[in-house]
Design a protein around this ligand. Structure first.
Ligand SMILES: *[C@@H]1O[C@H](CO)[C@@H](O)[C@H](O)[C@H]1NC(C)=O
Ligand SMILES: *[C@@H]1O[C@H](CO)[C@@H](O)[C@H](O)[C@H]1NC(C)=O
Ligand SMILES: *[C@@H]1O[C@H](CO)[C@@H](O)[C@H](O)[C@H]1NC(C)=O
Ligand SMILES: *[C@@H]1O[C@H](CO)[C@@H](O)[C@H](O)[C@H]1NC(C)=O
Ligand SMILES: *[C@@H]1O[C@H](CO)[C@@H](O)[C@H](O)[C@H]1NC(C)=O
Ligand SMILES: *[C@@H]1O[C@H](CO)[C@@H](O)[C@H](O)[C@H]1NC(C)=O
Ligand SMILES: *[C@@H]1O[C@H](CO)[C@@H](O)[C@H](O)[C@H]1NC(C)=O
Ligand SMILES: *[C@@H]1O[C@H](CO)[C@@H](O)[C@H](O)[C@H]1NC(C)=O
Ligand SMILES: *[C@@H]1O[C@H](CO)[C@@H](O)[C@H](O)[C@H]1NC(C)=O
Ligand SMILES: *[C@@H]1O[C@H](CO)[C@@H](O)[C@H](O)[C@H]1NC(C)=O
Ligand SMILES: *[C@@H]1O[C@H](CO)[C@@H](O)[C@H](O)[C@H]1NC(C)=O
Ligand SMILES: *[C@@H]1O[C@H](CO)[C@@H](O)[C@H](O)[C@H]1NC(C)=O
Length: 413
């Protein structure tokens, strides 16, 4: 019973503010005409220094991102066209363009992030606004055509990785809509001419370890080295991805506790647990406490996976989740297998889970609120037991009555 599992997953308050990674539309206008239009999904994986360690924050470009009219422009003599999308608390994504008359290209890709935004960068050492730039991103297309890249592209910008997908983009536009002439990126082009079944022995990745995962014991300590988050859980990641031929694969991977380290942070209303396996898998859980109701929930889960058999690094994050609900000062427990659906392409199966992200005062879990499945499963033995007890009682009564009757019979004789 000791081994009863708890796991508390927490995550940096990270993404609480941001939505699921989804396509965002951005438009730079001058007067009443559009000169740059972009539809894209973007995910940022940012490394920063926290009080005791180096951390990674994963942020999706949210739906609420807007074009900043001050810094964006359609360009003029001596200044390049420039799309700047701002989001959250002082974060921005910038793309600048140039053209030589027949082609246009992205000259600079810029990411600005504000380390004082503690919801995204908990416990950051610095409160700087950091700007990182890459000047060789290789995004280009002929004039009057739309740059199209459905594939995932990752760019390294010093301390940040920027991943785009589902991208449609045009600069130097002559109309208000994206040109129907599309120029596909190299990664998408390898998709189109499907080689005639040269890939017969499809590289079906062997699902690493079969069976349920081992339970890991994870914790997070705060600055003065006291444990502030407890999590015992077995985790199985279920990832759906498509290869260059648009073929869909499913990969189910168990988290191996022996190769996994935990880190994270605890703040008044957010607690984060970051699990890192072999530098190839980073899984982030963020719990949010509602201080009005004194209840918490798992609000964010993010995954960055760099597995050798994946065609590209897999990144997924959803920060509007509502799982593992319990009250402050209590733990949440679910022994039965439970599935946390994060995105359509990513789910987590949990086993023998117990977590306590808030109000941890000892190294033991506080009393648990148990999930419905466990309660239901507990009901079965109770019902069976009650039924058996009832049966025994009936038999016993019948016997006693019978005995009394026959006894009475004797006496009359
Ligand atoms: C652009 O705006 C001006 C006034 O702001 C208007 O007169 C003109 O018709 C508009 N042009 C188009 C193509 O909508
Ligand atoms: C973290 O701090 C170290 C040592 O001060 C420094 O070398 C490194 O560049 C910093 N990393 C980031 C991401 O700021
Ligand atoms: C950075 O974030 C802090 C805290 O959220 C905010 O007060 C500040 O205005 C932000 N800086 C910029 C440049 O937006
Ligand atoms: C400019 O356009 C020509 C095609 O007209 C192309 O070959 C060339 O690579 C482009 N870029 C530069 C920097 O000249
Ligand atoms: C692009 O980046 C380079 C180097 O960081 C910088 O010199 C240049 O001014 C930038 N261009 C634009 C248009 O911002
Ligand atoms: C792009 O389209 C505009 C308007 O249709 C036209 O004036 C221009 O010459 C075109 N440019 C190229 C490079 O085809
Ligand atoms: C250190 O621990 C004490 C007692 O548990 C707590 O009151 C204090 O806030 C902690 N300090 C920090 C920086 O977390
Ligand atoms: C993984 O996810 C897919 C699609 O959501 C589902 O059909 C499949 O049963 C899942 N596998 C496991 C082991 O959970
Ligand atoms: C890949 O599959 C998706 C969904 O099935 C489809 O919408 C898309 O057009 C396909 N792309 C290619 C290049 O075949
Ligand atoms: C917190 O809980 C209260 C009471 O249940 C609820 O009205 C409120 O919307 C919650 N706040 C958030 C941010 O979920
Ligand atoms: C995946 O991420 C790792 C670092 O996390 C990087 O070294 C590698 O180049 C990336 N792979 C791709 C295909 O982007
Ligand atoms: C916290 O984790 C560390 C190592 O991951 C482990 O040595 C320690 O026993 C754990 N503490 C608790 C209270 O689980």
């Amino acid at each position: 019973m000791r081994t009863l599992h708890a796991f508390a997953a927490l995550v940096v308050a990270l993404l609480t503010v941001f939505d699921v990674s989804q396509a965002v539309t951005l438009e730079v206008r001058e007067g009443n005409s559009t000169c740059i239009k972009a539809e894209l999904s973007a995910l940022f994986s940012i490394t920063y220094n926290a009080s005791s360690s180096t951390r990674t924050a994963v942020v999706a470009l949210p739906d609420s991102a807007t074009v900043d009219p001050e810094s964006s422009s359609c360009g003029s003599e001596g200044s390049a066209p420039w799309l700047v999308a701002v989001f959250g608390s002082g974060h921005a994504l910038g793309l600048s363009f140039s053209s030589n008359g027949s082609l246009y290209s992205v000259t600079n890709l810029t990411l600005q992030y504000n380390l004082s935004d503690s919801t995204v960068f908990p416990e950051a050492n610095s409160s700087d606004v950091v700007t990182v730039v890459s000047a060789s991103v290789g995004i280009w297309a002929p004039m009057n055509s739309t740059y199209l890249c459905m594939s995932r592209m990752t760019f390294k910008l010093d301390t940040a990785d920027v991943t785009f997908s589902d991208m449609r983009l045009q600069a130097y536009m002559s109309g208000d809509e994206l040109s129907p002439n599309a120029s596909a990126c190299a990664a998408d082009q390898t998709t189109t001419p499907a080689p005639p079944q040269t890939t017969t022995s499809a590289p079906v990745p062997v699902p690493t370890p079969a069976g349920p995962p081992e339970q890991g014991i994870y914790n997070v300590t705060n600055v003065n080295n006291t444990v502030c988050l407890l999590a015992h859980m077995g985790l199985q990641l279920n990832v759906t991805y498509t290869d260059a031929l648009n073929k869909t694969f499913q990969k189910v991977v168990n988290v191996n506790p022996e190769q996994t380290t935990s880190s994270g942070s605890c703040e008044a209303n957010t607690a984060t647990l970051v699990l890192t396996q072999d530098q190839s898998t980073t899984l982030t859980f963020a719990f949010t406490l509602n201080s009005t109701s004194n209840r918490y929930r798992l609000s964010t889960v993010g995954l960055v996976a760099n597995w050798p058999d994946l065609p590209a690094n897999f990144t997924a994050v959803n920060s509007s989740l509502d799982y593992l609900r319990s009250s402050y000062g209590h733990s949440y427990m679910c022994n039965a297998e439970q599935t946390l659906n994060i995105l359509q392409i990513f789910s987590i199966n949990t086993f023998k889970l117990q977590v306590q992200p808030f109000g941890v005062t000892t190294t033991q879990f506080a009393s648990a609120e148990e999930c419905q499945i466990d309660q239901d499963q507990m009901l079965i033995p109770i019902i069976v037991g009650a039924a058996l007890a009832g049966l025994v009682l009936i038999v016993l009564i019948a016997y006693l009555i019978g005995r009394k009757r026959s006894h009475a019979g004797y006496q009359t004789i």
